[in-house]
Design a protein around this ligand. Structure first.
Ligand code: NI
Length: 259
């Protein structure tokens, strides 16, 4: 069930049976000469929607912009500052907390989001605790105090045990770490008319970590990091979506059941 396709009374009904919500988050950034600019957001969204169906969870709109400063030397990339992304995540979560949601399961498609999103989760806990201490015990009714047990987690769709194993089986050391054949395969499965078939230069080995956008482009001239996305097929993408969905749906259910 998609939050965007529900009405406000229906959200209220949902909250009677569950306090959980799935939040896809990605990025809008270059993915080499053959990968779509939307790869990270599209992959997270495709998988999150499937998780929502399997786990009967509400799925929030995808946060499609992420922290992509290191890709800014490539046309089409859009980045949020880390501090902006922290506030976007905080505002989305605290809005939904106000309506009664307490379990936030982020499905992430982009490595650059990991640090700011986890920082946002800490910020949210700081602010909720401060609001409880000022409004909660001191408030005559306590009704305005935020709930005591809001939890946020983030799962990178490609990092589950079985998903990692399938990526290794399919691509070995050609998987690389950006514009990977696995993420490209997921988008080609979901959007078969968006496949690109272009010759690619040999893979540049990943020699060291990158810094700013110009340094990234110097190290990785066509945008890929150690990856050979020409190995991607829509059928691989279908298998990856299946495996990732199963892992994430059970992780979501465990997250809701945790004491
Ligand atoms: Ni990506």
């Amino acid at each position: 069930m998609l939050l965007q396709h529900t009405t406000w009374p229906e959200v209220g009904d949902y909250l009677e049976s569950s306090k959980g919500i799935v939040v896809p988050i990605g990025s809008t950034e270059q993915h080499g000469p053959t990968g779509l600019i939307g790869t990270d957001a599209l992959a997270a969204e495709v998988i999150a929607k499937r998780v929502g169906e399997d786990a009967k969870a509400l799925v929030a709109p995808t946060i499609s912009y992420g922290m992509a400063q290191h890709h800014m030397a490539f046309t089409g990339t859009v980045t949020l500052q880390p501090s902006t992304l922290i506030l976007v995540v905080r505002d989305v979560v605290t809005s939904l907390v106000r309506h009664g949601f307490e379990r936030f399961f982020f499905i992430n498609g982009h490595g650059g989001n990991i640090a700011p999103v986890n920082t946002a989760f800490s910020q949210i806990q700081v602010e909720l605790a401060a609001a409880r201490s000022s409004d909660g015990p001191g408030d005559e009714t306590g009704r305005n105090a935020p709930p005591a047990d809001v939890r946020c987690v983030m799962k990178n769709w490609w990092m589950g045990e079985k998903t990692t194993k399938l990526r290794e089986e399919l691509y070995g050391d050609k998987e690389g770490s950006h514009a990977t054949p696995s993420e490209v395969a997921v988008t080609w499965h979901a959007f078969p008319d968006q496949q690109r078939d272009l010759p690619l230069d040999p893979i540049e080995p990943v020699r060291r970590s990158f810094h700013g956008p110009e340094d990234y482009r110097k190290l990785f001239p066509d945008g890929r990091m150690g990856a050979d996305p020409s190995l991607a097929t829509p059928e691989h993408g279908r298998r990856l979506v299946e495996v990732a969905t199963a892992e994430l749906a059970s992780a979501y259910e465990e997250f809701l059941a945790d004491d």
